[in-house]
Design a protein around this ligand. Structure first.
Ligand code: NAD
Length: 437
């Protein structure tokens, strides 16, 4: 038996070989070898074409295994059609318009800011990983809303350095509005690594790419009122201490402020941190009390109303989304240019931190009373001792600095803002078409 016999496939029926001459077998062998070579070549060519048309394609780099399931998703991006959409979305309508990369654009605040920037003629490109911290279908609905006004949201993670570099290669962004983060105070006890991933590693990644960009953009980013932690002096002023965070979320936001200082100091990046105070409104976040209270009141479920030690009132400085948007736009408009280029500092750059609140804290029990009136349903209240899970007893903003430097002046009280929220909520979840999870 020749060695050729061994190479002949022996699938019954497929290659039925009659006893034939040696030459026939050789001929057969060469023709099947030719076929095999031909089809391998076609397959190879196909693979090259797929790579060519999808290039540069990235799957976000593998992440440490302790990260949440949602952080491990991969995204594909790149190609001429994708770049065209990126460019079109970022294009300004006027010569002096800003070209802004908005991270967390499918989020609550990100959607409102992206829409407002686009409305006034700025170029806006969104970036979001559409994670499932809360119902992703709400993020998709916000995406559809932005799509209709000409804002494209790139699906990807802020930790994907190749993607970020590509975005800066395609567009010379003048500004970055950085809102992508793992939000929520209580969830930090359940999934701490998601906070490190998005709020620390992700922020550093954004700053790394911004510092190397030429020109460097100015950056405005979301910190949080939670950095005031266990402070008791009210109202909270930017000059107060912020070294007693009560949650990991707060600690990551505080770390972000220190990291911002470093990048400003070493690389001349212009950086403005905004400490938002309990933002609420239409298209809001389902994990926040005003949102799930509305859902539970309508379902007849009892709602927990926390009470601090000694029957102390728990209160929040609720701030309506439109007021926050005005503050963010003013921060972008007053941001000075970064002074560095290509990773080298050329001179001192602007570094700012502002409170964006409403200056009138409202007890959570009053929030429930307003919702009862608007929904025309009596709530089943269950007064409970506040658990020690990261929440603080009250927040109250001193906004004089934002007033002076940004012209920030909130105008919506809780009653008026909640009316707009409830109207949106009822129409969004109308007739059971969508269910609030
Ligand atoms: N809403 C508030 O009351 C409030 C208060 C203080 C601070 N903030 C801060 O404001 C910002 C916006 O908050 P929001 O209420 O709109 O929250 P949100 O959760 O609705 O929006 C954040 C968005 O970022 C995206 N995201 C998260 N991690 C990401 C990652 N690694 N890569 C890409 N995208 C990612 C999420 O998918 C989400 O769409 C956050 O930084 C938050 O910490 C909000």
């Amino acid at each position: 038996m020749s060695h050729i016999d061994h190479d002949i496939p022996s699938t019954p029926g497929k290659f039925k070989m009659e006893k034939s001459s040696y030459m026939n077998r050789i001929r057969w062998h060469y023709s099947s070898l030719a076929k095999l070579t031909f089809w391998s070549f076609v397959l190879f060519l196909g693979l090259i074409l797929v790579f060519f048309f999808k290039s540069p394609t990235s799957t976000s780099s593998p992440l440490p295994s302790d990260l949440s399931r949602r952080s491990l998703r991969t995204y594909s991006w790149g190609g001429p059609a994708w770049e065209k959409r990126v460019r079109a979305s970022s294009r300004t309508r006027s010569r002096n318009g800003l070209s802004v990369l908005v991270t967390g654009a499918a989020g609550f605040v990100g959607t409102h800011i992206s829409a407002a920037l686009k409305r006034r003629g700025d170029g806006v490109l969104g970036l979001d990983n559409f994670n499932d911290y809360y119902d992703p279908s709400l993020k998709r609905a916000r995406q559809a809303l932005l799509e209709r006004s000409g804002v494209f949201i790139v699906e990807g993670d802020i930790n994907d350095i190749a993607l970020l570099k590509k975005l800066f290669e395609v567009v010379a962004f003048t500004h970055v509005m950085h809102l992508a983060a793992q939000a929520g105070v209580r969830y930090a006890m359940e999934n701490p690594s998601s906070y490190v991933h998005s709020n620390i590693a992700g922020l550093v990644n954004i700053l790394e790419v911004c510092k190397s960009a030429n020109p460097q953009p100015a950056i405005v980013w979301a910190s949080s009122s939670s950095v005031y932690g266990l402070n008791t002096k009210v109202p909270f002023s930017e000059k107060d201490r912020t070294d007693q965070p009560a949650s990991l979320y707060a600690a990551t936001k505080k770390a972000g402020e220190e990291i911002a200082h470093t990048y400003n100091h070493i690389y001349g990046l212009s950086l403005t941190g905004l400490r938002f105070f309990t933002v609420y409104g239409p298209w809001g976040r389902p994990d926040m009390a005003y949102f799930f209270f509305t859902k539970d009141i309508l379902k007849g479920k009892s709602i927990p109303i926390f009470e601090a030690a000694n029957h102390g009132t728990v209160a929040r400085d609720f701030t309506y989304i439109d007021d926050i948007v005005k503050g963010c736009l003013a921060a972008l408009d007053t941001a000075e240019k970064s002074t560095g280029s290509g990773g080298k500092k050329k001179g001192p750059a602007q570094l700012r931190v502002f409170n964006l609140g409403n200056t009138s804290p409202v007890p959570v029990s009053d929030l429930v009373s307003i919702l009862e009136r608007l929904l025309k349903v009596k709530a089943k209240r269950s007064v409970t001792k506040m658990p020690r899970n990261g929440d603080v007893q009250f927040t109250h903003a001193n906004i004089s600095s934002a007033q002076r430097e940004l012209g920030y002046k909130p105008t919506t009280d809780l009653q008026t803002g909640l009316k707009k929220f409830v109207r949106w909520y009822l129409s969004y979840y109308d007739s059971g078409k969508k269910s609030a999870q």
